[in-house]
Each structure stands twice: as structure tokens, then as C-alpha cells.
Write a protein that binds this ligand. Sequence first.
Ligand SMILES: Nc1ncnc2c1ncn2[C@@H]1O[C@H](COP(=O)(O)OP(=O)(O)OP(=O)(O)O)[C@@H](O)[C@H]1O
Length: 253
Amino acid sequence: MSALLEVTELSKSYFKQRGLTRKKIIALQNISFTLHTAKTLAIVGETGSGKSTLAKLLVGIEKPDSGEIRLSGQPVEISNYKKYNHVIRFIFQDAGRSLNPLQKVGQMLEDVLRFSTILDIEQRRIKIRKTLKQLGLLDEHAEYYPHMFSGGQLQRVALARALILDPKLLILDEALTALDPSLRAQIVNLLLELQHKEGLAYLLITNNLQLVRHISDEMLVLYQGGMADSGLTTDVFANPTHDYTKKLINSAF
Ligand SMILES: Nc1ncnc2c1ncn2[C@@H]1O[C@H](COP(=O)(O)OP(=O)(O)OP(=O)(O)O)[C@@H](O)[C@H]1O
């Protein structure tokens, strides 16, 4: 069976203008990993290590300089966003608070379905109700504006927007960081339940090592754009090889 996501030798650099010269910044260098259905891979690393760049390459916001991304065995074509935005969805830090304040939740979900599916109006209505329910929200929440929700409910709404297209992979870029611990625990439980029921895979970008140890099957530690350590989470925690990983683990526990 081929992997859900296979990333091979991915590299990306940026150029920053400094006066008259352009400075090359290597954001990612030769990153490779594999993610299987219903599994969670954590990406950890200090600020500037390339975590967000990796997420941007995976969802097609940025183009790699070299390397390959394969989804279910097929190479991803960055230009064909609509084709695979069903498969990979992205949810970022404070996603709940970045929802359009002037749009009711039902309308927001309706827009996602109208843009990306061929469902008719009745099928869309059913799908919206089903998705809200899946996330522990009510039918009437479709009529709510974002400011009418609590923090935890808002995060669920953001998840509803990400999950309504039945993706196979959800990228969570510091998506749980701003939540208080009890709310985070609730959302983590919900994510694990969805993974179990729907076979969702998660790519979790975070520096919360407790969370990494709790929910990720595998982890990849980035250091200055390169791979410092990678493998089963239990193995990396037990036998970190790179000094940065050792420091990170020591400082967290
Ligand atoms: N659009 C850009 N133009 C120039 N340099 C960039 C750009 N985006 C990222 N970089 C640089 O690439 C490197 C990696 O950045 P990236 O945002 O991926 O790191 P990160 O690990 O996600 O950091 P953080 O945790 O702060 O978000 C950094 O040196 C950053 O300054």
C-alpha cells in the first residue's frame, strides 16, 4: 500500500533584499518523510526552522525549488489547487478568530461546498448539518455569526470548515497553541476520535512536546531548515541524536 503523503528531498529558499544585494535564505533543505492514513506526524523546530514553509509547500501556497510531494502515490501539481484541496486541508493558529465576522457559519460552509464540490443545494444543506454534528455543534449554529461562539466552539467551527470536504490529511499549524489547557484537551480528544472514525491523518506543527508525545505516532525535528531527527515519536524521545533535539526534550520534561 502506498503512503498517503510522501515527501522526498524537498527544498525551498527565499531571497531577501539587503540594500543592493540579495541574500539567499535556505528555509528547507532535503526534507523527506512519509505519512500514512490515520496516523499523526508532528513537525517540531525552533522559530525560523522552516515549519511554516513546509506547510505552505504542502498546501500549494509556495512552490518548492526541488523535491517531490506525492499524495496517494500521485505527484501533486501545485497549480491544480482545486483538485487536491479536498484531500489536504489546513488549519492555523487562532483559526477560529480569523473567520469572517460578517458571515454566518452556515453561509461560510456553504461557500466552501459551492466552490469545491458539485453537490446541489439540498445535498449541501445535509452535508453542513452532518459536519456541524460531527464536531459537536448544533443545526442552529449555522445561523450564528462567529462572535456568538465561545473560544472552544469557534475552534470547532474552524475545524468544520476544514473537514467539510472530507479531507484525508489535516495540517494543524500551531492550531492548538492559543487554547487554554482544558479546551486543548477537548479539541485533542475530538481530533483523536475523528482520526479513529474517519481515518484522518494529521500533520501537527507545534512546539508543545507534551502534545507531540501524547498524539503523534512519528515526529520530525527541523533545525535550520534541515532534518535534525525523525522517526517514531517514542524512539526520538528515547534516543535523540541531534543536540538541538536533546535540548528540546530536556527543556520540556
Ligand atoms: N516569504 C519569505 N521571504 C523571505 N524569507 C522567508 C519567507 N518566509 C520564510 N522566510 C524565512 O525562511 C525561514 C523559515 O521560516 P518559517 O516561517 O518556515 O519558519 P518557522 O519554523 O515556521 O518559524 P515560526 O515558528 O516563527 O513560524 C526563516 O529564516 C524565515 O525568515
